[in-house]
Ligand binder design. Structure first.
Ligand SMILES: Cc1ncc(COP(=O)(O)O)c(C=O)c1O
Length: 488
């Protein structure tokens, strides 16, 4: 047996049969590949749900003193794959991403295989060429032809970077002398992502100085309320240095009116950053790009390709109209002589990043873009919107289901209605059972005191028939819970 070139499928079978074979590195990798293929082919349960205690009990987490044979590592991998959430399946509609883009997956693998850091051209020559080209492509979509950009650790980090650029513009010497943040205020919509408030803490202006502006019934920041608040704060002696708009809010999927907000910011000389982590991909579709009208008038934007574009996490861009501001925020030339040796700064991308070591996240996006082309992305976004139209219509025509918020994007916020049982309790239980049954994962949120179920379409595996099945399951569970839980 050992003299033969052992095929990986066979190895796995042997492992399952508990045969005692030795395995070298290549065979190990082949076996991992086979397990990955089985994972991709498996259309079974979305998650084999266990609570923490039972999962901990059945998972061998000991880090022993001596080495462990590859066979046992493979068993660890099988165990991991058995109990992970299979985010590539159609029932996965929970966060703002899902599914697998095979070409991008290959890019992710190549990034780890070639394991380099993006700080200098010298260390990442081909990576630098690729990252610059993909950033330039994205700058074209947002309308910043002379801008700059970088890949960050996520939209949260991109929002913070936008605020840092805004603060530098507001006070160009503060970077050297330090900032007295006491008067600085940033304004955000009341529907904005929590990362903006966190950034208030990180950059030192304090969470209290991130002030929420009222939204309209669609969840969009009101430009009139923004203008009013700016005047009020100015009269109080505060300095509004940044407005953070959202294109695609986390819960409702609303798009703030960028043109109107930009007008206010321009008049008041305030930096406008757009959190388009979720909705930025609307730019890829000629049918839906209007949702982002006015993005070219903003100063900076973050856009997550790991959300609607389905690139493996993390793949998040930060784009800025004025290249020099990002270069100044990230300036470190004097202190990093040991790393940056080139005279030509523009090709050492570490001059545009707050990170030192940085993964090559551009490669997977680049390869996926080559494979799909602009048209492929456009089709993907359009198909997600069509699926969202479909399920929105099903929900709004169903006697027991209720849409809780008007829809702009692929977020669908709804609940099961009941005359006999507290609806918040019912919907909470319903969401839990959907997950514990292992068929669907959707998210929850509160809207106007109501516990709602939020599903998002951001997974190429979702089909109209999987959505039909989802509705059937929601209604079945709703009826089941109504029978089981005490009536009010
Ligand atoms: C609107 C919005 N902004 C920012 C983020 C944070 O993005 P990331 O998870 O890439 O940090 C999210 C995450 O869901 C989001 O919905």
């Amino acid at each position: 047996m050992c003299g033969l070139k052992i095929q990986s499928r066979r190895i796995i079978r042997l492992i399952w049969l508990d045969c005692d074979i030795s395995m070298d590195e290549m065979q190990f990798l082949e076996s991992v590949y086979e397990l990955a293929v089985s994972y991709l082919e498996d259309k079974g349960t979305l998650v084999d749900y266990q609570n923490f205690d039972s999962l901990e009990k059945i998972t061998d987490t000991k880090l022993q003193v001596g080495p462990m044979p590859y066979e046992e590592i493979l068993q660890d991998i099988q165990h991991y794959l058995k109990y992970c959430v299979r985010t590539n399946q159609s029932g996965f509609m929970n966060p703002l991403w899902g599914g697998i883009n095979t070409v991008a997956l290959a890019g992710e693998f190549l990034t780890s295989l070639t394991n380099t850091s993006m700080y200098t051209f010298e260390l990442a020559p081909i990576g630098t060429v690729i990252e610059k080209s993909i950033i330039s492509k994205m700058l074209g979509y947002v309308g910043y032809p002379d801008g700059a950009g970088t890949f960050t650790t996520g939209g949260s980090n991109g929002n913070m970077l936008g605020m840092l650029c805004a603060r530098l513009k507001n006070n160009p010497v503060g970077m050297q002398t330090g900032y007295d943040n006491r008067n600085l205020v940033a304004l955000v919509s009341e529907e904005s992502h929590y990362s903006v408030v966190m950034a208030g803490n990180v950059i030192g202006i304090g969470k209290e100085n991130i002030i929420s502006i009222k939204s309209d019934q669609f969840g969009r920041m009101r430009a009139d309320a923004l203008a009013e608040e700016i005047q009020y704060l100015k009269a109080e002696g505060k300095e509004v240095f940044c407005v953070v708009a959202t294109s695609g809010t986390t819960v409702k999927g609303s798009f703030d009116p960028l043109k109107e907000l930009a007008e206010v910011c321009f008049r008041e000389n305030i930096w406008l950053h757009v959190d388009a982590a979720w909705g930025g991909s609307a730019l890829l579709s000629s049918k839906h790009t209007h949702l982002m009208d006015g993005i070219d008038l903003a100063d900076s934007v973050c856009w997550d390709a790991h959300k609607m574009m389905g690139i493996p996490l993390i793949c998040s861009s930060f784009l800025v109209k004025d290249e020099s501001i990002l270069a100044r925020v990230c300036n470190h030339t004097k202190s990093a002589h040991y790393l940056f040796q080139s005279e030509d700064r523009t090709n050492d991308l570490g001059h545009y990043s707050l990170q030192c070591g940085r993964r090559n996240d551009a490669l997977k996006l680049f390869l996926a873009w080559r494979q799909k082309g602009d048209e492929g992305w456009s089709k993907l976004i359009d198909s997600y919107m069509e699926s969202a139209d479909y399920i929105e219509s099903k929900i709004s025509h169903h006697p027991r289901l209720e849409l809780v918020s008007p829809r702009e994007w692929t977020n669908i916020c709804f609940r099961y209605t009941s005359e006999v049982i507290d609806e918040n309790t019912l919907n909470k239980e319903l969401r839990k059972r959907l997950m514990q049954n292992g068929s669907f994962m959707v998210s929850k949120a509160m809207i106007d005191g109501m516990y709602i179920i939020r599903l998002v379409i951001s997974n190429p595996e979702i089909t109209l028939s999987s959505l039909d099945h989802f509705i059937e399951e929601v209604v079945r569970l709703g009826e089941e819970i109504e029978k089981e839980l005490p009536h009010r």
